[in-house]
Every structure is written in C-alpha cells, then in structure tokens.
Design a protein around this ligand. Sequence first.
Ligand code: BYC
Ligand code: FE
Ligand code: FE
Length: 470
Amino acid sequence: MPGHISDERIPNNVDLGGDKRLQRALERWQPDFIDWWMDMGPEGFQVKDIYLRTAISVESGGWAHFDYVRMPEYRWGIFLEPRKEDRVIGFGDEMGKPVWQEVPGEYRNMLRRIIVTQADTEPASVEQQRLLGQTAPSLYDLRNLFQVNVEEGRHLWAMVYLLHSYFGRDGREEAEELLDRRSGDEDHPRILQAFNWPITDWLHFFCFTMFTDRDGKFQLGALAESAFDPLARTTRFMLTEEAHHLFVGDTGLNRVVRRTAELMRQHGDDGVRAAGGIPLDLIQRYINLWYSLSLDLFGGEISSNAADFFATGLKGRWKEDRYEEHTGLGQSYTMNKVEDGRLIEEDVPMRNAMNEVLRDAYVADCMKGLARWNKSLVKAGLSDQLTLPDRKFHRQIGIYADMHFSPTGDLIDEATFEKHASSWLPTDEDQAYVASLMKPVYEPGKMASWIAPPLRGINGRDIEFEYVRL
Ligand code: BYC
Ligand code: FE
Ligand code: FE
C-alpha cells in the first residue's frame, strides 16, 4: 500500500526492513538520538502525557493520528512521499532528464553540505526552545510547543536517513556530529547563526516559528524541486508538518496583538504594561529582530553557490512550476547594491541571484502574516499598524552586512544606527519585561494576561481540553 507506514522499531515507508545494513546503522544511531533528546529536549516534561499528532501515513488528509504520548516514546520515523516513476528534472542544465535515485559522484559534496545544513537546524531549534515549557501561557500552547519539538526531531530523522543511506561512512559521521553540535556553544555551535540565539521567552518563540520556521518552508520547498529524488520526496512530506509550526507562530503573534489591542482600548497605549500586556512597539522590535535574522538564512544576495545549486538541479525555486522558463539563463535580476556610499541598481545574472529570488517569495509570504495581524488591529478600532522592516535592515550576511540601514531602508552611518537601535531592536529592558510576564498557566482553558485565547482548539477539541496531563 503506497504511503503505508510500517510498525517496526523505526517506523518507515521506505522498506527499511529490506535493507538490513541500513536498518542496523540507523538502529545504532537511534539510542544516541534518544540520549540527545533526553539531554537537550524539552526540560521537565519528558514523562508527561501530551496530546500529540503522529504521522501514520503520507497520504494527504488522514496522515495524522492524535493521542496522548510521552515525548521520548514518540514514533519518530522515516516517511517519504511515494515515488513518481516518470519524474524528470524540472530546471537547470539537466532539465528533462530522469531524476536521480542515487547521488551523482560529482555532486556528492555539495549535496551532503546542503543536507547537513538543513539537518543541523532541526535539533538546533529543539535546543533553543528547551526551557519554554516552564513558562507556557496555556496548556494549549504547551502542547503546540511540544508538537513542534517532536516534529523537528523527526525532521532530523528525515535528513539522517538520507545521510545514512546515500553517503556511506561520511554520512554516518555527519549524523553523529548532528547530535554533538550545540546551539549557542562557543566551540561547537550550530551551523547557521539564527540557530545559535537562545529562545528565552514566548514572544521570541512565536517570532521564531513565524519567521525562522518560514525560512524552513521556503528552503524545503526549494529542495522539494531537487533532482535528487529521495531529497525531494522527504522534504515534501516535511512541508506538511511544517504548516503547523507556521500556524503556531502566525496565530501566536496574532493572539498577542489581539490581546494588546484589547488592553489599548481599555487602558490606553500607556496602560498596556500595567494590565500585563505587551506594548505594540515592543512587539514591533521583536518582529524586526527575527525577520532580519531569518532573512540572513537565505545566504548572500549574489552567490555562486546558489548558481551551482540551481544549474546542477540540486535546489530549485519555490514552486518551480510557477515559472515559464526553467534554466535561468540569459536573464538578470535587478539588485539594490551600495556603491560609493549610495544605493544603486545593478543587474545580476539570474542564477547568481537565486538566494534573492527565494528570499522574495519568503518576504511576500511574511507580508501576508503582517496583513492578518494588522486586520486584528483595525478590527479593534485602532489606527496603529505593524510593519516589516526593509530587507537591508540589520543584516549580518550578504551585501548589506557591514553597513547600516534604517527599518525603512535608508543607508545610515553607525552612529545614527546606534542612536536609534533601542527603538528598532529589542532592548535588555524589553526582554526583562517580557521575561517578567512569563509565568506558566497550566489550568485547562486559562490564558496568560498577555495573550488572547486561540479561536479554536487542536483536532476539533475544545480550548479547555487537557492538552497536557501534568
Ligand atoms: N549563517 O553563497 P552564500 C529550517 C555561509 S530553516 C552562517 O551566501 P549559500 C528550520 C555559507 O555557508 C532551513 N553562515 O550562501 C527552521 C558560505 O560559506 P562558505 C534550513 C552562512 O551557500 C526552524 C558563505 O556564507 N535549510 O529548516 O548560497 C526550525 C557564503 O555563502 C549563512 C537550509 O538552509 C548564515 N545564515 O546559501 C527548524 C537549506 N548564510 O562556503 C528548522 C540548506 C550563508 O564561504 N542550505 N552562510 O564556507 C542552503 O541551501 C545554503 O547553505 C544556504 C546558504 C541558503 C543556507
Ligand atoms: Fe523542521
Ligand atoms: Fe519547523
């Protein structure tokens, strides 16, 4: 039955039992994963029953089963979308040829690097979020946090399967190292910068799942186009899980905004803090931070790596089918660059601009979230609006790093940036204030003072449902 997931020690739909060597290698990695999960996974809730969804099939609709599970007993497994027999490469120099079921020798290093980079973010995010359970604003949110965490763990499994099956000994070594690096560790950090920031409060968490998980959506979407078919098939299924992570961030922020708007109406702008809410300007600074950190995850604006990934068929664009032309040759992308202290426009060969093309799709998607939150403000009768900063603001990677821009995209000097930094990015005082609000609310159906209840519960359950049995 296509899509059926076997009930072995490692649940899978890739006939793992038919490849004993691979199965044994993964079964050796499994206890190391569990050790890592016990050390670095959610602190304090490992023996609690959590109302979680578990993948039981990869068919669209009906793939998820909901029940109480203890996290260390979650059925982490390997689930790929079923293979399409006649799938061909959809872009780049080898367009139209059959997709690869094995890794071509000449692309092995590039592909391994992409997979390792993707893989590294998954456990990193679990490490970043490990203390949040202690301050959840409701049982509903606590459950959502753990759902995200176990699924990021599964995403690690998805990538480790590829490393073990297609990259031999190097792949097995990389899989070990994925459990050795630690988010924020000075000597042994995670690969990408945004994954080394601790997520110390729930406003950071909602911004992270809104903006940083959304990088995941677009990177996975680009890999879902890959000529390496097992990578395309595994990322396609990961995307179905990713939707919930984005939902948590988007609706989480919307609920914070709705609560703030309610308090602004009742107590005026200056009364929000006294009423235990989060002022809108503070929310804006958190948005500015996580949006800019997440923009960096797309890599440099002008990138020969990106050009190679596209030319070779390793990594496509978001929904490559949307484009009429799939080689990216003979086209250019107009980029804003800085020359002699001025912003100028310059045409860049399209293939070298592929990181920016993917970033464009991401920016448009983020704007939809902003529009939803702003609608909540309008509905509350307020004229205030949240915005996304310009993409040049506060960048550490790419052509705008080492320069300073205002949130509206003006090129400014360092002194001007420093003068305004405390109104543009979260200050220590902001974070201390948010931290002071982080008191756990564990009574079913109750919400912390700074967040509105969700519109509905999970899987048709009430908001009052006991999502976590404490
Ligand atoms: N931090 O040509 P460039 C997710 C390095 S999130 C540090 O500009 P390229 C998730 C780069 O390695 C999705 N270093 O970049 C979310 C290169 O180094 P070398 C994760 C960076 O290679 C939430 C140099 O700078 N998936 O799933 O085109 C929760 C110049 O490189 C950064 C992926 O990222 C950075 N931000 O693009 C859980 C997909 N950016 O060669 C999960 C796989 C660049 O000079 N990764 N560098 O030593 C890729 O496709 C690419 O590696 C990147 C970078 C798009 C990240
Ligand atoms: Fe993930
Ligand atoms: Fe995610």
